[in-house]
Every structure is written in C-alpha cells, then in structure tokens.
Design a protein around this ligand. Structure first.
Ligand code: CO
Length: 295
C-alpha cells in the first residue's frame, strides 16, 4: 500500500496560536516498573479535554522496560499506543493478540472494559514510544470495546514542499485522512518530522484544545522556543492554526488537538468515568470478574 502522498490541500494558517504554557514531563514508573515520563498529568485533564494522559517512554536500558505492563483493566476511554522503536506484544480478555513494532500504532477503545497486557518483546535495544489517552463521550463509555493494530506502512503520511514529513495517526492534515477518525472529539494526532529551518502549518478549529510535544530537538511556535521533551499547551486565542518552525537542527514533534467534551471527569487509575458511582461500579465489576467478560 502506498501511503505517502502528494498533498491534496496544503494548509494555510494566517496567524499561529501562541504557547500558553510549557510543561516538562514528570519521571515516574507504571506497570511492572516501566520507567516513563508522564507528560500530560491529571491536573491538566480539564485544560486539555478530551485528552487524559500522555506518557512518553524511551530507554535502551532493558531494566527500565522489561517488566512491561502485565494484565490490567481499562474502562471509559481510548488508549492510543504509538511505537517509535521497539516491539511490544499485547493480549486482551477478548482473545485478541497483536505485535506492535517500530512505527506501528495500536488504537484500543476500552469503552465498557478490557483487561490486557502490554509486554516488551525484546531483551535489549531501544524501546521508544507514546501512549495517549483520549476520553469517550458519556454516551459511548459503556459501548463494546474495539481495537485495531496498524503497521508502520498503514499510517497515512505525506511530505510538504518544505521537506516536512507528517504521519497522520488521527484526523486530517493537508487533505490526508488519518488512520483513525472519530466523531464528537474529532482528534488530530500527527507525528511531524521537520528538517532544519523548515516550517509546518496546521489549521485548528477555534474550539480545539491543542498541544505539541517536542520529542527530538526543539521547535519555535509564535516566537516561543519549545525545548526537547517539553509539551507546549497552545493558547485558545482565536488564531486559525499553529505554525511550527525548526531551528538550526531537525526536530520531531507530536501535534495533538481535539474538541472538548465538557463533561465531568472522574478518574480512578485505569478507569475514567463521569461520576463516583460509575467508578465504584467499574471497581466492583473488575473485582468480581465482570469487566472484560462477555465481549
Ligand atoms: Co493498558
């Protein structure tokens, strides 16, 4: 399948959104001792509604990742795992299994519940990737779960005249539809690779909440430098999009945007619902073996 395309509709942005805040992720560990950086943390969930979490992991020390994420539940949202380097095998309570490899994507809609494991399938070498959590509208939280794996070549991509390459994980950019589209929150999720000195424009809906995470090198947005390993929260300032500029070095960033749900967010670990009562139900369903059963 040929997924690198010429650009059907180059994006035009008259004025870039400004950077409202720079956030340096917090080092933490999750699963069975996997070291990672939590970039989007719980206090930012309202500001970045509909996104609930962004974890970045990157290590060539097997001790940092070999423990993986043994069986654990999820309910109420979607987990999007994007691998830059390495191999991770996932298995879930519905009997699904898949291998996520360098450049690949897993889009998992937990909805009413899955129990799954995410385990490294390598003994050494670099493991690098991201997990983004996207909230579900209240009306969809108890739908049946769904997932799909995309190999690297199945993620649509394009190259601009400026030599910028972009992979469209979700949404639409420059007229290229992404691997996944979603109603209601209309998520946009791009992996953008900028050569030194290049610029990249992306239009954004005025109401969309948006952020950029610089995972290699740095970019400049409306005059603000976004250093490596920083997330820039983009202001809701009425501008029609964002302009990314690389400096003297190439840069690689994630650009993420979506429309807010404006619904209550109640999180208890791997469960994200709208009320405390729904969280109690999730916990008791899990303890009593009902979560993830019966498809
Ligand atoms: Co999980």
């Amino acid at each position: 399948m040929k997924t690198t395309q010429t650009i059907p509709h180059p994006e035009q942005v008259a004025r870039s959104r400004a950077v409202e805040q720079l956030v340096l992720g917090k080092a933490t560990s999750d699963g069975a001792g996997v070291k990672l950086t939590r970039v989007l943390t719980q206090p930012l969930q309202r500001r970045l509604d509909p996104f609930l979490m962004l974890d970045a992991f990157r290590s060539d020390q097997p001790g940092d990742y070999l423990g993986g994420f043994p069986d654990h539940p999820h309910r109420g949202f979607e987990a999007i795992t994007y691998m830059i380097a390495g191999r991770m095998r996932h298995r879930d309570s519905a009997g699904n299994e898949g291998l996520l490899e360098s450049g690949g994507l897993q889009w998992m809609t937990a909805a009413r519940g899955v129990i799954h494991s995410e385990m490294p399938e390598q003994q050494d070498g670099l493991m690098e990737g991201f997990q983004l959590w996207l909230n579900l509208p209240a009306r969809d939280k108890m739908n049946p779960p769904w997932y799909r794996d995309f190999k690297a070549g199945e993620i649509p991509s394009f190259v601009t005249d400026d030599g910028v390459s972009a992979r469209v994980i979700a949404g639409e950019s420059h007229g290229v539809a992404g691997a996944v589209t979603r109603a209601v929150t209309e998520p946009l999720y791009l992996d953008v690779h900028l050569p030194a000195g290049a610029r990249f424009a992306q239009s954004l809906a005025p109401k969309a909440r948006a952020f950029v995470y610089a995972y290699r090198g740095e970019v400049v947005i409306a005059g603000t430098v976004v250093p490596e390993h920083n997330m820039a929260i983009l202001a809701g300032d009425g501008a029609d999009g964002v302009l990314l500029e690389a400096g003297a070095q190439p840069a690689r960033v994630l650009l993420v945007a979506g429309l807010p749900l404006d619904e209550p967010i109640v999180q208890h670990g791997p469960f994200v619902m709208n009320t405390e009562a729904e969280i109690y139900a999730a916990v008791s369903d899990y303890k009593e073996g009902r979560l993830g059963q019966g498809g």
